[in-house]
Structures are given as C-alpha cells and as structure tokens.
Design a protein around this ligand. Structure first.
Ligand code: PNS
Length: 162
C-alpha cells in the first residue's frame, strides 16, 4: 500500500492550540504528516526556526505519524522531496480564504500534481492566531487557553523579555 503523506506548512511563531487542532485532524486522515516550519519568511519571527521546530516537536509528541521539519525555498520543492502529494492548510474564517486560495492556485500552477486541502479549524479556535498569542504574552495575559499546556511558561518567559 502506498503511504499518503501530507505536508502542513507554516511559520508557527509560535504554535497555537489552533495549529495543534489541524495537526490532530490531519493525523487522522493521512498515514504520515510532516509539519513544515518555514525557516526564512518575509516576516522577522519572534522565535528562531530552531525554537519553533522544538516547540512543535513538544506539542506533537503524542502523534506517532507526525514529524516536524524545517524548510527553506519553495514549499512545493519541499513537498516533492518528502514524496508527498498534499498540502494541508487550516481555514478559520472567510478572511483567511483569499490569501489561502491565491497560494493554493499559485502552488498548483508551479506543481500541478500537488493538491491543497483545507481543513476547518474547530470553532473554539477560529479567533486564534500566533500574533494574538504574542500580543497576550507580551502584556502578561493568561496563555492557558491558547497554546499547548507544556509550552505556556516557555512562551510567556521568552516573549515577556522582548
Ligand atoms: O503560517 P504562514 O506564515 O501563513 O505560512 C505561510 C507559508 C509558509 C505556508 C508560505 O509562506 C510558504 O509556503 N512559503 C514558502 C515559499 C513559497 O513556496 N512561496 C510560494 C507559495 S505562496
């Protein structure tokens, strides 16, 4: 049987419970899920890519078919290197759609054999984003609802210094 691999790409700056929700849903659908952390995006991240990868590894520890890797360059090149054929993205609200639709069409243009699949985020997390988490952490707010329990202290300490 051919194993179906999906790539879940993002900046994950930092990982949130919303991301983890998509990882969990993908892990139920695909044989193998590779969470792909963008090393050098257009935005300057608050966490280094090494820190973002480590946080994701901690958060995704309970899923035996999930791996965490980093990538640079074009996403579709990474997808091909991993022998995958599907990109998974989470959709929270209509506001995500335009940007995600544009990326999906662009990726199809340069790699027609790769499909993008959108998974609907749990309604509990449809307001949540990494930038909201960074904001709450910087102002000393409670992160319990927003990031995986084992990362709350690390993220708060790291961002309260920035
Ligand atoms: O979490 P983000 O920041 O919305 O993730 C965006 C990401 C990493 C999926 C996107 O920026 C990306 O795929 N970058 C890699 C470069 C690339 O392939 N660009 C062309 C497609 S947009």
């Amino acid at each position: 049987m051919v194993k179906k691999t999906a790539i879940y790409p993002g900046s994950f700056d930092p990982v949130t419970k919303g991301h983890l929700d998509i990882i969990e849903r993908s892990a139920r659908i695909f044989d193998r899920v590779v969470v792909a952390v963008l090393e050098n995006g257009a935005k300057i991240p608050s966490f280094t890519f090494g820190e973002r990868v480590e946080m994701l590894k901690t958060a995704a520890r309970g899923f035996p078919n999930v791996e965490v890797k980093s990538f640079d360059g074009l996403l579709v090149d990474f997808v091909r290197r991993e022998n995958a054929s599907v990109i998974v993205k989470g959709l929270r609200a209509v506001s995500d759609f335009e940007y995600e639709f544009q990326m999906a069409l662009l990726n199809r243009k340069i790699a027609p054999e790769i499909e993008t699949m959108f998974l609907t985020t749990s309604d509990k997390y449809c307001f949540l984003s990494s930038s909201i988490v960074r904001d709450i952490a910087r102002h000393g707010g409670n992160l319990d609802e927003f990031v995986p329990a084992e990362l709350v202290d690390y993220i708060r300490e790291k961002l309260s210094k920035s």
